[in-house]
Design a protein around this ligand. Structure first.
Ligand code: ZN
Ligand code: ZN
Length: 89
């Protein structure tokens, strides 16, 4: 078997806050407290992404482009506003 080189696609696993990789030949798993900031693969568009706490609310974390657009819009507006306030003066 060739060595598996991929960024894991995480899926919530059990009830203790563990996530495991959905790849059929990968047995990797990690606790949610260690996943924040980790590189991962989006299960929908298969692009590389960095996991955030927001993404980890999902049973299967996905990238911001594949997330609910309404949610994304609200977040970005709030973020832009904060940035604007921050950069003024
Ligand atoms: Zn994996
Ligand atoms: Zn995606």
């Amino acid at each position: 078997m060739p060595a598996l080189k991929h960024f894991h696609i995480y899926q919530r696993w059990g009830k203790k806050g563990y996530y495991r990789c959905t790849h059929s030949e990968c047995s990797h798993y990690l606790h949610i407290s260690l996943l924040d900031g980790k590189k991962s693969t989006c299960p929908l568009c298969h692009k590389e992404m960095i996991l955030t706490k927001d993404m980890l609310r999902r049973a299967v974390p996905r990238c911001i482009y594949c997330s609910n657009t309404k949610f994304k819009g609200i977040r970005y507006t709030a973020m832009d506003l904060a940035l604007e306030l921050f950069t003024q003066e």
